[in-house]
Each structure stands twice: as C-alpha cells, then as structure tokens.
Write a protein that binds this ligand. Structure first.
Ligand SMILES: Nc1ncnc2c1ncn2[C@@H]1O[C@H](COP(=O)(O)OP(=O)(O)OP(=O)(O)O)[C@@H](O)[C@H]1O
Length: 350
C-alpha cells in the first residue's frame, strides 16, 4: 500500500491518512481507515461496488464532509478542516452543474470573476480551444450534447488550474458510445492541463482505461491500489480478483511454485506449501478437444461473442469459465482437455 514512502520519493500532491467517517443512521463506517496518495499530475480511480464509500472518500478530500478521524494533506499542508472553497481543489459534478442562464464562455469564465476582462477572455478562449469547443462559445448549455456539457464543466474547472480535480461518476449521464469516446478525451485533457485527478466510478473498464492507478474499495477500505495492469494481473484478494474482471477461484495443494488443482498441475506466481486458494483468469484457460472419454472436462455452456467465446466447463467437481478465440467451436457435451497458461495468482493459504 502507499503508507510507506521511501525517503527519496517525491512528496505526493495529496496524502490521505486513515480517514474514518460514520453516518449516524448507518450501521458501519462509510469510510473505514482509507489511506492513499496521489502524485502530481496522476489520475487515480476509486473503484468499488455501490455503497463501498467511494463518494464519501471523494467528499472528504473535497471538504464537503468532515472525517471523524484521519487527515488530508495537500502538498504537505493539512487541509482536513478547511472549507471546500479554500482547498484549491477543482470538482466536476455528476450532473456537470452548468449555469443554465450563462453561455458556454460565461460558464467557463465563471470562476475567474474579479480578474481583468482581457485575462478572462484569453483564459476562456484557451480553455475552449483545449476542450475543442471554441466554435460553441456563445451557445447556451441546453443547446449542447451531454458530452459537450461535460467538456464545458471540465473547462470551467481547469480554467482555475487546480492541482487536483475530483470527478464523481463523470460519465454516468452519457450513452455507452459517448462514454468510450469521452473518457479518453478527459484523460488527455487532464494530462495536457497537468492536473491530477481522483475519479469515482463503479465501472471497472472505465477505471482501467482512464486511471494511472486504480484503488479498489470494499466496505470503506482500500483493498489494493496499483497500476491497472498490476491490479488486474496480481489481485491480492478474492474480492479484487472477482470485482476487476472475472476469475475462477480454485483450491489446490501447493508444492513450491506449482500446485495440484482440479485443472491439473499449474504454476503459481509465488512459492507456497500446503492448501491454497488460487485465482485463474478465464483467458488463462485453454481448451482442446479430447479423444473418446479422455480429457478432464465437459462443456456445459457457451456464449459466442463475436471477437471471442466464453465456455463453462465442468471439471472434477467444479465449473470453470474459459475465454477463447472465436474460431474453435465446442458443442455442449464435448469432452475437452483444459490447460492453463502463465503462473496463476496465489490468493491465500489454508
Ligand atoms: N449523508 C449520509 N447519511 C447517511 N448515510 C450515508 C450518507 N452518505 C452516504 N451514506 C452511506 O455510506 C455508505 C457509503 O456511501 P457512498 O455514497 O460513499 O458509497 P459509494 O461507493 O459512492 O456508492 P455509489 O456507487 O452507490 O454512489 C453507504 O452505506 C451509504 O448509504
């Protein structure tokens, strides 16, 4: 986790230490000891199921909620008790919260009120150029698409050059195609502006695609925080393995760097002895047709998805899921031989 900083590491932009927040009406803590850092210019996604405490964590960072305990440091300064407007942090709300009676340009310039008019004009033009909306400066918000409204909201926030922007489910009002397009745009805009960001999402694909690091939350705690590929390839718990993509959870008997499992002998990513639990991604399992009564599995279900296929296979006394290419078709009932590629992930012993 991120609590330990080697003396040589650069100071993080944001450090969140052991935040706890109870709500009087709720049984457990909404946020229960969350700690993480955000580096300058880094995009961190808070990912987890509904109710795990993502939004509350974001609100604690933004100052819209006060923690029962814990601290929030921005560039080393304790901002835990500061009002939101005194933190110098930008926000993009889920509904964008544009001012309906102001033009696009006036919305983008809203936070710059009080500065010389020529400076505001130049900054608004620069921001609209950056988000690709220079030609829509005089439009009113209701004359824009959802994606365009979102870019205005982002331009309004970035106009103030905040070191950190908080985004709460920023794509939830967009349709699926728009969401795909917009998320890469938002990433590029944040990178170009040099602002760090914390993004709250329950969409794992969005978190993996957009963030530099993904923090997976459960029950108010951050279970794992790492680069997208690292969290996906090396989940440290069954929850993370199952929440981020799909995983087959197998029991096995380990002997060093391999284990005997219902799929046969498989290589594991760390050395262990005795009873273990392992996570195997569906794409790590390959199938081949078995002769006669051979093989070690029987196809019980399949889903053709165009670019790939999902197969459910009964083997020993468990069902496993395999993801394979679109070309080899195995009808239900076919006897197959299963094999696993790459070392599989050791989740725990015993
Ligand atoms: N103002 C509040 N009063 C009481 N309970 C609250 C309040 N805000 C949040 N909670 C509770 O705290 C827990 C965490 O909520 P939070 O909104 O942070 O979760 P989330 O992960 O963002 O969920 P979602 O993805 O559904 O928005 C939930 O059990 C929620 O019901």
């Amino acid at each position: 986790m991120t609590d330990d900083h080697p003396a040589t590491a650069a100071r993080p932009l944001l450090s969140v230490h052991h935040l706890v927040r109870h709500f009087p009406t709720a049984a457990g803590a909404a946020v229960n000891g969350a700690s993480f850092d955000v580096a300058e210019g880094e995009i961190v996604a808070l990912l987890g199921p509904s109710g795990c405490g993502k939004t509350t964590t974001l609100r604690l960072v933004g100052g819209f909620e006060r923690p029962d305990s814990g601290t929030v440091l921005l560039r080393g300064r304790d901002i835990t008790a500061l009002a939101p407007e005194r933190r110098g942090i930008g926000f993009v709300f889920q509904d964008y919260a544009l001012f309906p009676h102001l033009s696009v340009a006036a919305n983008v310039g809203f936070g710059l009120r009080g500065r010389p008019a020529s400076e505001v004009r130049a900054r608004v033009a620069e921001m609209l150029e950056m988000v690709g909306l220079a030609n829509l400066a005089d439009r009113m918000p209701h004359q824009l698409s959802g994606g365009q409204q979102q870019r205005v909201a982002l331009a309004r926030t970035l106009a103030l050059a905040p070191p950190l922007v908080l985004l709460d489910e920023p794509f939830s009002n967009l349709d699926a195609a728009m969401r795909l397009e917009t998320r890469q745009e938002v990433r590029a805009l944040l990178k170009r502006a040099g602002s760090a960001a914390i993004l709250v999402t329950h969409d794992q694909e969005e978190a993996l695609a957009l963030a530099d690091r993904v923090a997976v939350m459960q029950a108010g705690q951050i279970l794992q925080i790492d680069a997208p590929a690292a969290v996906y390839r090396s989940p440290t718990s069954e929850f993370v393995a199952g929440f981020l993509g799909r995983s087959n959870i197998l029991e096995g008997e380990a002997r060093g760097n391999w284990a005997e499992t219902p799929l046969g002998r498989v290589g594991i990513d760390r050395s262990a002895e005795g009873h273990v639990r392992l996570a195997v991604r569906p794409e790590q399992i390959s199938l081949s047709a078995a002769e006669g009564a051979g093989g070690n599995g029987v196809i019980t279900g399949r889903e053709f998805r165009g670019h790939d296929q999902v197969y459910w296979v009964r083997t020993a006394d468990i069902d496993v899921m395999a993801l394979i290419g679109p070309n080899d078709i195995y009808p239900i009932g076919t006897r197959v031989r299963l094999a696993t590629s790459e070392p599989v992930v050791l989740l725990g012993r015993g």
